[in-house]
Design a protein around this ligand. Structure first.
Ligand SMILES: *Cc1c(COP(=O)(O)O)cnc(C)c1O
Length: 397
């Protein structure tokens, strides 16, 4: 049978056709009035997408670049920082803060679990200069309680900054960035914004901008103060990734159209869409007798244990070979134990039903056992039927 290549990975995610067209046809030079107008519009829209009144930046780098920038700009060597790490991306914060010679305190949680707020509180003291955490830990599909963590950090005082890697959180989970007092929130282009990898974006609080004037860690390309000055004029300090900025403009136009003229409203619909895809997937997986990894599941991605005794790589290979569907393996310790199906960005009902129907065939082939055809699909349809009454659906694109 004919197979179409489809990504179900937590980045890169499926591309928005309108964004691909915008990229392909874009050729303006970056020091022109046309580009400045585009970039200023994209910056205003991305701020609304994040849901913050703070100044925003869009840089040419992957998400990790902005994570590094948050450490290089907000800390000095020897600064005490608290990293909340419950998976591979949490470990990335540990790696970066150590590389910049911070005094790193680490609070961990087992794979698939989130942090105890009372333990988090006990690790905070007035000398903690920054707290680093993920909104959603993509390696385990776990959502962390950013609202609860932010309350603790704000109660710890204004000298403690909260930095949130929301690279898979933005566009898949509701976040009140300013209301909760998040100082730096970070996103990446290859996730909910439905465009290729290569851009990272962030909203940064006044408290954080002030911190940057005093910190002494080395920085050059990632000196965010230079970028802030340039962005105010619709420019970037160095050559921006112009065609990706054009794609981002098209993607944000799509989000605005979904929200009937409001980017913020469109983002909420995108979040609800991911929530529904994830709820359908969780119900389907349970109906097949498979186990979910996360006790606090993110809408970004569903993480599923492989059947007892089977390497999850076999399932992933079968998805690829039979259906050309790309599903993600576990990372680090979880490699071979789980597989991950993403719901970030450009997924609809048919994508979701399709991958769950395929999952039934994949399981039947890999286990050689009985799979009740239709069980996963039926469970997903029941979830959809119960929630479809509010008819909040993505616009056509
Ligand atoms: C994708 C992702 C990143 C960024 O990774 P890059 O490869 O640098 O874009 C960071 N954190 C999380 C939670 C992610 O899912």
């Amino acid at each position: 049978m004919l197979r179409k290549n489809r990504l179900f990975t937590p980045g890169p995610t499926p591309l928005l056709p309108a964004a691909q067209t915008a990229m392909a046809s874009f050729s303006a030079h970056h020091r022109t009035a046309d580009f400045r107008a585009l970039f200023l519009r994209v910056l205003a829209d991305i701020r609304e997408f994040i849901g913050s009144r703070n100044d925003v930046l869009v840089l040419a780098c992957s998400g990790t670049g902005m994570m590094e920038a948050s450490v290089a700009n907000l800390t000095s060597p020897g600064d005490k920082v608290l990293v909340l790490a419950a998976g591979n991306f949490g470990e990335r914060w540990v790696g970066i803060t150590k590389a910049f010679k911070c005094d790193v305190e680490i609070l961990t949680a087992p794979a698939g679990e989130t942090f105890s707020l009372s333990e988090t509180r006990s690790r905070l003291s007035p000398d903690v200069r920054a707290v680093y955490v993920q909104a959603t830990e993509s390696s385990t599909g776990t959502r962390h309680d950013i609202e609860g963590i932010a309350k603790l950090v704000r109660a710890n005082g204004n000298d403690t900054l909260l930095v949130v890697d929301a690279i898979t959180g933005l566009g898949t989970t509701h976040l009140d960035v300013d209301g909760w007092g998040v100082d730096m929130i970070i996103g990446g282009s290859q996730k909910a914004l439905m465009i290729p990898p290569g851009l990272a974006y962030s909203a940064i609080s006044e408290r954080a901008w002030q911190r940057m004037e005093k910190t002494t860690s080395p920085r050059f390309y990632f000196d965010l103060r230079k970028e802030r000055k340039a962005a105010a004029k619709g420019e970037a300090a160095y050559t921006p990734a112009t065609s990706l900025i054009a794609a981002l403009g098209a993607s944000l136009d799509f989000v605005r159209a979904m929200g009937n003229g409001s980017v913020a409203k469109g983002r909420e619909i995108l979040v609800d869409n991911a929530e529904l895809c994830a709820a359908m997937t969780r119900a389907a997986v349970r109906a097949l007798g498979l186990r979910l990894l996360s006790s606090s599941p993110a809408a970004a991605i569903t993480t599923i244990y492989s059947p007892e005794g089977m390497d999850s790589g076999i399932i992933i290979k079968e998805f690829r070979e039979s259906f050309d569907a790309v599903v993600a393996n576990g990372q680090g310790d979880m490699k071979g134990k789980i597989f991950r199906i993403a719901h970030i960005g450009y997924y609809d009902y048919l994508d979701t039903i399709g991958i769950l129907g395929a999952l039934e065939h994949v399981l039947a082939r890999c286990t050689g056992g009985d799979v009740e055809y239709g069980a996963a699909v039926r469970a997903a349809q029941q979830v959809y039927a119960h929630t479809a009454c509010n008819k909040r659906q993505l616009v056509d694109a």
